[in-house]
Design a protein around this ligand. Sequence first.
Ligand SMILES: C=CC1=C(C)c2cc3[nH]c(cc4nc(cc5[nH]c(cc1n2)c(C)c5CCC(=O)O)C(CCC(=O)O)=C4C)c(C)c3C=C
Ligand SMILES: [Fe+2]
Ligand SMILES: [Fe+2]
Length: 388
Amino acid sequence: MGRVGVLLLNLGGPDKLEDVGPFLYNLFSDPEIIRLPFRWMQKPLAWFIATRRTKTSQENYKHIGGGSPLRRITEEQGEALKAQLDAMGKAANIYVGMRYWHPYTEEAIAQLAQDHIEKLVILPLYPQFSISTSGSSFRLLEKLWQENPQLQPLEYTVIPSWYKQPGYLQAMAELIIEQLNQFPNPDQAHIFFSAHGVPKSYVIEAGDPYQQEIEECTQLIMQTLNRPNPHTLAYQSRVGPVEWLQPYTEDALKELGAKGVKDLVVVPISFVSEHIETLQEIDIEYREIAEEAGIHNFRRAAAPNTHPVFIKALADLVNESLEKPNLKLSQVTQMKKRVKMYPQERWEWGLTTSAEVWNGRIAMLGFIALIIEIVTGRGLLHAIGLLQ
Ligand SMILES: C=CC1=C(C)c2cc3[nH]c(cc4nc(cc5[nH]c(cc1n2)c(C)c5CCC(=O)O)C(CCC(=O)O)=C4C)c(C)c3C=C
Ligand SMILES: [Fe+2]
Ligand SMILES: [Fe+2]
C-alpha cells in the first residue's frame, strides 16, 4: 500500500471571540443544519440568526477562556493517533478537517493532495452518525471530489460511525468509573447520559439514524460498565423554536432532583473532546439547574480527549478499515436519499398533507422575510411603500 493518510473530521469552533460571528454564519449556512425548502433563503437566514446569536454565544465562550478548545484537542488527538499507529508499525499522516472553522476540510484536502497520499481513511470524530454532523462533512467531501479531478485517483474509505467500537466503550466506562469512585456509594449514583440534541424532524422526517445510534451506544456503555447504577438518557443544546429530541436535559435533571437523586454523573456521549457544550453548558448551566433541584453532588465524566484507551480505539478503527473493502462517500450519504428529504418532494394539488406542509412553510418564509426586512430596513414592503 502507498502512503496512508487519516482525515479526522470535526465541527470546528471559534478560536477567539471575534471568530464567533463568522463561525456561526458558516454553521447556519449549512443546509444540513437548517433545512429549508429553498436554497436562496439559506444565506440571508444564516446571516440573520448568526447576527442575533453572536452576543449570547460570545458570552458563553467568555466563560471558557474566550474561544473553543476544539482545534487544540483535535490536533492533540491527531498527534497521539499518529504515535499509536507508528507504534503498531502502521505509519500514516494525520489531517484535521473542520466543517465550520479553521483548519477547514478544504485546507486538509489541499494538503493531503500535495503530500501525494495514496490511500485515505476518512474518520469523523463523532461516534454516532447524524445528518447534521458526519453527514454534513461527507456531503462536503463528496462535492470536493466531484469538483476536483486531481482527487479522482486518490483511493479512500469512509468510517460512517463507530459507537460500537469496544475500545471506545471501554474508554467511556473508565471515564465514568473515575467519577463514580468519588462518591461514598459508587453503585448508587445516577448516571446521566447527555447527548447533543437534533430537531425531532431530522429523525422522524429525514430518517436520521442518530437517535437510534445514541440509544444503542448508551446501552453498550452500560453493558461495558457492568455496574448496577440507574441511568437516564436526555438531549441537550436545543437551538431555535422547533421541537428537538426529548427528554431535554434540563427537564430530566429537574425530574431526578424532584425524585430525590443527590449523586449524579453526567456523561457527554455525542462528542469526544471537551468543547463549549461540556465546559460551559454542562459544567456551568446544567450544574446550576441540578443544584437548584437538590442534586448536590454533581460530577461530569471527562470527554475521551487523548485517553490512551480511546486513542488505541481510533488506531484499531483505522487499521480495521484498511483491511475491509472500501466504503465510498456515495454509499454513506445514500442512506439519506432513501428517506424523505426536502429537495425530493414534489408539489401536490388539493388538500393533501404535502400541500399543508407547503402552506406552513410558505407562511414561515413570509414571516422570516418580514423579520429580515424589519431588521435590515430593505425589501419588497419598503420598495412598495408599505414599510418606512
Ligand atoms: C454530535 C454533536 C453535535 C450535533 C448532533 C450538533 C447538531 C446541531 N448543532 C446546532 C447548533 C450549534 N452547534 C454549535 C456548536 C457545537 N455543536 C457541536 C456538536 C453537535 N452539533 C459542538 C461540538 C459544538 C461546539 C464547538 C465549540 O465551539 O466548542 C453552535 C455554536 C455554539 C452556540 O452558539 O451554542 C450552534 C449554534 C444545530 C442547529 C444542530 C442540529 C441541527
Ligand atoms: Fe451543534
Ligand atoms: Fe450546540
